[in-house]
Design a protein around this ligand. Structure first.
Ligand code: GLC
Length: 413
């Protein structure tokens, strides 16, 4: 048994490391999350009227793309259509429940793709498979699947090269024949190198699926290491998280994660080689609120200093103590040593307890190390090696700085 060789586009996906997820649709106008119509059993016809007030006047694709880029994100996965059935793209006559027929009157996916292409960000499309709008979903499933395929075909044909499709909703009819082969064949016909992802949901995180699937998902979870031994194909892994407790905008959802959680979750993902897909939920007409913006800004400041370790580091069998771990650079010439919750150097009267600085060991280091430096300030660290062990004296943060995770780079001989 061996590990299957990876296709280049899957390796490229892994290399990107961090993506931005965006949940935005008619539901954003109500500000109670994207499941609001289902959970509150709202009258469908009444709910659909939200299309009449959807102006998208605050949606500035370029500004969002630039914000993502500054935060270190390499791709963006946007909800082209969510379970409510409303499309942000031109459905080219499949129905009139789309942004073109709303007061917005624009193809928002076109704007999104153009902005991504302009700034070197890879556009990816979230697309629902569960549909609360199209009555065929319950009444004539085969007919519905044809509608779904035609929808996806539009997305694959009309927007140039895209990074991939991210499906969501097959978990809603677990026993049904979703005709996945036909759906994926439609994609491969136009976009042979698109990542195909189909969310397995909260109940089955990390489950493998159809052979065309290129990445497993860990929705709102913690990714586990992938055991690729004997797999028919090399597939990536991606974990998606909300910034607070809802994907779609929740005006009263104040349960925001802290920058510490975001940065540590990102590192936890990379520890096992998974990508981190972090969601924002724009408001009614597409505005991203200040707090979400600010959180991404802080993540970006961390990425600015340590991003190289996130993009280039891969799991290599080196183990750390506690949450600490190490990754090897893709060129094999260095190790990135990730240290969580490192103490600040300085006077005992002013620094906080509960954090540590000093010697930490890593096991499984079977190559000779030449030198080790903190990536943020190039300070040299002393170390000893022996018996596959590397013990490093991690000096604390200089007073005045504190990173939720600090990374040192070891150069191998
Ligand atoms: C879930 C939800 C959905 C959300 C998705 C993102 O499956 O149904 O609202 O889009 O997760 O992972």
């Amino acid at each position: 048994m061996s590990i299957p060789e990876a296709k280049q586009y899957i390796l490229d996906f892994e290399q990107m490391g961090v993506g931005m997820f965006i949940h935005w649709g008619l539901y954003s106008q109500l500000g109670r999350g994207e499941w609001v119509s289902w959970n509150e059993q709202l009258d469908r016809d009444e709910y659909n009227k939200l299309a009449n007030t959807f102006t998208a006047e605050d949606f500035d694709a370029e500004e969002i793309v630039l914000m993502a880029k500054k935060a270190g994100f390499k791709y963006i996965t946007l909800t082209t259509r969510h379970h409510e059935g409303f499309s942000l793209y031109d459905t080219c006559g499949l129905n009139e429940f789309d942004a073109l027929h709303a007061p917005a009157g624009r193809d928002l996916i076109r704007e999104f793709v153009d902005a991504c292409n302009k700034h070197g960000i890879l556009p990816m499309f979230y697309h629902t498979t569960l549909d609360w709008y199209n009555k065929d979903f319950d009444d004539d499933f085969d007919q519905y699947l044809e509608y779904l395929r035609k929808s996806v075909e539009i997305l694959c044909k009309n927007y140039g090269k895209i990074g991939g499709l991210w499906f969501d909703g097959n978990w809603s009819k677990p026993g049904a024949d979703w005709k996945e082969d036909a759906l994926y064949a439609t994609i491969r016909k136009y976009q042979p190198e698109a990542m195909i992802i189909n969310n397995t949901g909260l109940a089955e995180r990390g489950r493998l699926g159809n052979i065309e699937i290129d990445s497993v998902t860990f929705e709102q979870g913690k990714p586990t290491p992938m055991d690729r031994e004997g797999m028919p194909k090399y597939i990536a892994a991606e974990m998606c998280h909300t910034l607070n407790d809802h994907w779609g905008y929740g005006s009263q959802d104040l349960y925001y994660k802290s920058p510490v959680e975001l940065i540590q979750s990102l590192c936890d993902c990379r520890k096992v080689g998974a990508n981190y897909l972090l969601n924002i939920g724009p408001e009614a007409q597409g505005k991203v609120n200040d707090y979400q913006r600010e959180l991404l800004g802080i993540l970006g400041r961390w990425m600015n200093v340590f991003g190289e370790a996130i993009y280039n580091g891969r799991p290599c069998g080196v183990a750390g103590i506690g949450k600490n771990f190490a990754l090897k650079s893709t060129d094999g010439k260095s190790l990135y040593l990730f240290v969580y919750d490192l103490a600040i150097r300085g006077d005992a009267n002013v620094t906080v307890d509960g954090k540590y600085r000093g010697v930490y060991a890593y096991g499984g280091v079977n190559e000779a190390v030449e030198s080790i430096k903190w990536m943020d300030n190039d300070e040299e660290l002393s170390f000893v090696q022996g018996d596959n062990m590397l013990a490093v004296n991690f000096t604390g943060h200089p007073y005045g700085t504190s990173y939720p995770v600090r990374v040192a780079k070891a150069i191998l001989k």
